[in-house]
Design a protein around this ligand. Sequence first.
Ligand code: ADP
Length: 882
Amino acid sequence: MLNDVPAPSSELFEGGGEAGRLMANTDWAATEVGAVEQWPASLRFAVRTVLVSRFPMVLTWGAGFLQFYNDAYAPLIGAKHPAIGEDIRDTLAEGWDALAGPVEHAMTAREASWLPRLPLLLERDGYREETYFTVSHAPAFGDDGSVAGMHAVCTEVTAEVVAERRQEVLRSLTAAGDELGDEEAVVARLCAALEVDVLDIPFAGVWLAQEGRLRRVATVGCPASALPPTATLADLPTDVSGLGLTGGRWDDPVRDAVVLPLHTPGAEGPAGALLLAVTPARRLDTDLRDHLSLVASQFTAALTVSQAFSAERRRAEALAELDRAKTAFFSDISHELRTPLTLLLGPLDDVLTDPATQLSAPVRDELAVALRNGRRLERLVDDVLDVVRLEAGAVALDPQPVDLAAYTAELTGVLRAAAERAGLALVVDCPPLPAAVVVDARVWEKIVLNLVANAVKYTFVGTIQVVLRATPQGAGALSVQLSVSDTGIGIPVEHHERVFDRFHRVLDAQARTREGSGIGLSLVRDLVQLQGGSVVVDSAPGSGSTFTVRVELPTADGQVGEPAPSAAARGTAAAWERDIAAPAAPERDGGGGGSVLVVDDNADMRDYLARLLSPRFAVTAAANGEQALAELAVAVPDVLVTDVMMPRVDGFDLLRRLRADPAVADVPVLVLTARAGQEAAVEMLEAGADDHLAKPFQSAELLARVTALASRSHRRPPAHGDDGSRPAPAGGVAVAPPARSVAVDPVGPVTGPTGDGTSHRAHWRLAAGERAPGQARAHLRRMLADAGVHPDQAYDLLVAIGEAVTNAVEHAQNPTEPVVDLLVEIDEECVVATVRDTGQWRERVASMDRGRGSTLMAAVGQVSVLPGAEGTTVVIRARLRR
Ligand code: ADP
């Protein structure tokens, strides 16, 4: 078109670009303003100003509003350009309603208007478009000073206005998605938030996938019935003109919609769909499409979070339900158990305590075992009942005046024997408090005993310390602080809060006994809270734990009661003491049928098995898989009888390691399982066990099965050894039966060192003299180097094992033989060194935990000390550093 425009004849329009050329070509003489030559100076100046401006400008002149505009203005009126010389009221007819007022005001009041972001309806592009302009109208003066026209400067700001409101809706959607809730509630909230953007999205609907269909869950901007209640993605309409709905800035009929699937991660099909109606007042261009996609992605994000939240809530609900079911079950079963237990324990107690009863010593012992374990069961049942009562808020406190320091010390004393048997030092630091306090004595007993029992259970070397302190808290109250510290296995920080949750147990925690239900600490917390107090734990793996109870108690005046620890507490402690002790010496007058190694962590069960088997077999006992492995290293039995659930190395592990070691791989294994553990039995059989028996069992059946296995053993005979092993002495031994190796007379290597590249094993017998530690280190140095143990760790091990040998030489009193056995096994993961002497230690085992040697040993790895009738065994186990 430019080329069609002849060059302007008049200077006035020169440099005015296309607009200037159009003006030059206009037949002004035929218009109200007349021929250019007759134009007043004011019009000429005004036109000149418009043409040279690079800002969009329009000038109208005369009563007919004839317009003059520049090239910058032309695009604003789109397809209506060129309209130079025409009446502006015709050109902007559809928007004139909005403009007429300000224009007229500018011209009559001679005052410029200022209209920022003025919405204007323009049909410049073939549809009724929503546009925004920032405009100022000013009067244009004629030569005589009167108002002859209007000057307008304007900028289009449509893009900015639209972008801002789109940002706004995205912000609202984010805020709506931040609140958690189920999926339906969340998408409904988001859908409602779309109301902020009706100018872009006049109406919308959301569907969620349900059983293969999409179900409508929310709509906005239209009646719900306008959109299908159920649909597939393909059914949802993109042509919505039939719905008769209007929208957009000028309320025109809505014709188009965009349907967007909502995909959440991991789901196969879409989790839902979004229908967004498109404003008729804007073209569906890339910008608008991008905006609608962003809207959909907000829905997807919120849906994803909500699905994760719902899954988590469902899990929590399921757990809570399980917890309730467990509680209900425990409640029922505890009540059921209590009556028969009472009827069992009462008569047993009577028989045992009645001096008139004539009982032989073995019968008395048997009944004592029954009573002890009955009491233990009673305490477990009591704990469970307490938990249930606490949950139901049905625990009534029975406060009484108590000398808390004396009582706490006495309670701790109940577990002293167990602690010391375990080789632990028990330090009780409970100086008298400023006053007696009022407290429920049974509740305090449970708190103290649970904490101290845990300390014994989870500590293998070191000290348990019980400290009680109090400070006056105003008149009439003491702020009491009880702390129980141990040097045990510790608790990883992520479990600190959760150990107080019911049934929570730290997986793989090494304990002295498997007994435990994970309710002890929850009971402690609930009981402490019941008295308005709190309990916290401070602990780190490997460096022990401190549990601290803080509670404010009223001081007592008058008579102070003297509560004593309950029978259940004493019974439990007695049973514990036996479990913790090294395997007691079973009677072993048998042996004709071969040798049996019994592995069980329950001392009474171990003794019971030994008693049943000993008339026919030479029986050795071990309290867990680790001890059993140490036993196997020195003497190979004809049959191994093992429990499955044990601390440290359990039955599975024991079996696996047994089968992997050619020296003992063919030992027949009988597994004992609980009735409820049938799957475990199947797994054990699959793992290579030869037979299994469920507890409780008939003694005859046990004997028959063990006999059958013994007769299959490749090792039989000898019972008394063609390999030189001695028969077990009457009375038995706690730890090491005299092994075949023990009878090898000359001092020196017994077996090995042997190795297959990944595992190394050696057994040396050393003369128990001052040269033994040096000899041990010399042997070891070579072996550790052959096995590729890191030099630093090898050094530590040499020192630690040397210390253990020194102890064996120095401490063993009245040895049956002046020898020390050193057995070392190295596999890909760890080194296990077993040092055994044949005497009784001069000092009690607890001294192990205080001396330099034990400190060195404990720094290198896990150390266990097993005192026994025929000697003392120290096992050092260290994980390889490689
Ligand atoms: P449990 O019957 O298993 O001992 P508790 O409620 O008494 O149950 O303790 C919960 C868990 O806390 C235990 O299983 C153990 O993992 C951990 N725990 C408790 N006391 C100690 C402690 N003194 N040292 C290390 N771990 C402990």
